[in-house]
Design a protein. Sequence first.
Length: 113
Amino acid sequence: QVQFVESGGGLVQPGGSLRLSCAASGFTFSNYAMGWYRQGPGKGREVVASITDTGRPTNYADSVKGRFTISRDNAKNMIYLQMNSLKPEDTAVYFCYALGRGWGRGTQVTVSS
């Protein structure tokens, strides 16, 4: 069945960095655009970044432009989100998704001193 397993979240100080990973399985990974969205405490879902099936980033939320970078490795069925210069407002559960195929359970990112 289709599965997404996110990892790499944690507690980090403002200004720090984290790299999120997502392992996908159960579908032809290289055929699907994918991305990351997040949901902060008391907030709605926000698409953070997306990437085409061939690895071209297509969208970054204004709030993360210049700080986050999305990438993928089709040979490994993985997508990544490099997050730099983290801010407290980046605190959220981060989910990876494949368009039309679903999403994972998420990984918690907490930015706090």
